[in-house]
Design a protein around this ligand. Structure first.
Ligand SMILES: N[C@@H](CCC(=O)N[C@@H](CS)C(=O)NCC(=O)O)C(=O)O
Length: 305
């Protein structure tokens, strides 16, 4: 614990700020997401979830955590696991849809992604992206190596991502790109950690084709939507330049290899409600939707009618 006398309030941000004895909810703190963040759990409005025709029902948005699961589902289908057919429903977290009663029933933590498996005797709810990846890998016997050491290595890296990712997203990404003011201390702290994480990955990928060794697995599917996408320089403004991501050559090799997989390209489009309309498949209910129902096509059809 630090001695507060060494840190005079004038040096705080904003200057003079002192934490109160008891925290109070400042609803208008101005930050991005301030309209959806709240200090309490539970539903705030009634809304049952829609259920489509397939065994697996996914409720999500194409953020990195959401994309992990749609990549896995598309990989399973590409590998011939027809039981992995799924309906993907859009949850607009910016509009607070994660606080509806139906969603909270399947994820009491009110975060996407969440899934229900209707192929079990009683429907099975699955939340937390890592838990969903593991559930699907075990259900279909796919993308998790069978050999003891490789399987353990895949799980090591899957859980590494679940712990490390929030320092990249909620830590670095938030303070570098989203916070309403630039705080040198916060940006330095998280940039240092994220560069260390990239070095961890880079050293590992120098000797391993994939995260778990020779086999593509759920560990790659968990890590790529975060670290691969930052390595491509596609998020958090010019974070790619700031973090000098081009220098992580092994991460770049692995990022490009995974980005090239057709199932990854499809998975990235599902539940995407931002960016290029031709890359948005806001809801997916059938494999043909990739050809017929991307947002550019839906918009064009609307214009004609
Ligand atoms: N540990 C969770 C994190 C999920 C998460 O943070 N989801 C974000 C989007 S990436 C969300 O739903 N945010 C809505 C909110 O915070 O209200 C997982 O991996 O599934």
């Amino acid at each position: 614990m630090t001695d507060d006398t060494n840190f005079p309030p004038e040096k705080n941000l904003p200057a003079g700020y002192q934490p109160a004895k008891v925290w109070e909810w400042n609803k208008a703190n101005g930050g991005q997401f301030s309209n959806i963040n709240r200090p309490t759990a539970g539903p705030i409005f009634e809304k049952p979830l829609e259920v489509g025709k397939h065994p697996l029902q996914l409720y999500s948005l194409a953020t990195p955590n959401g994309v992990k699961v749609t990549i896995m589902l598309e990989e399973l289908l590409a590998a011939g696991h027809t039981g992995a057919e799924y309906d993907a429903w859009l949850v607009q977290i910016g509009e607070g849809q994660q606080f509806g009663s139906g969603f909270v029933d399947i994820n009491p933590n009110s975060k996407i992604p969440a899934m229900v498996d209707h192929s079990t005797p009683e429907p099975t709810r699955v939340f937390e992206s890592g838990s969903i990846l593991l559930y699907l890998a075990e259900k279909f016997g796919a993308f998790l190596p069978k050999e003891h050491h490789a399987r353990t290595e895949a799980l090591n890296w899957l859980f590494w991502q679940m712990g490390a990712g929030p320092l990249l997203g909620g830590g670095f990404g938030h303070f570098y790109a989203y916070a309403p003011m630039k705080i040198e201390y916060a940006i330095d702290r998280f940039a240092m950690e994220v560069k260390r994480q990239f070095d961890v990955l880079d050293r590992h990928l120098a000797d391993n084709e994939f995260m778990a060794g020779a086999e593509y697995s759920i560990a790659d599917m968990a890590i790529w939507p975060w670290y691969g996408v930052v390595a491509q320089g596609k998020v958090y403004n010019d974070a790619g330049t700031y973090l000098e991501v081009d220098g992580y050559e092994n991460v770049q090799r692995w990022t490009a290899m995974i980005a090239d997989r057709p199932a990854v390209k499809r998975g990235r489009m599902v539940n995407r409600a931002f960016g290029e309309p031709s890359e948005q498949l806001r809801e997916r209910h059938d494999a043909s939707d990739f050809d017929l129902k991307t947002q550019d096509k839906l918009d064009a059809a609307k214009d004609v009618n």
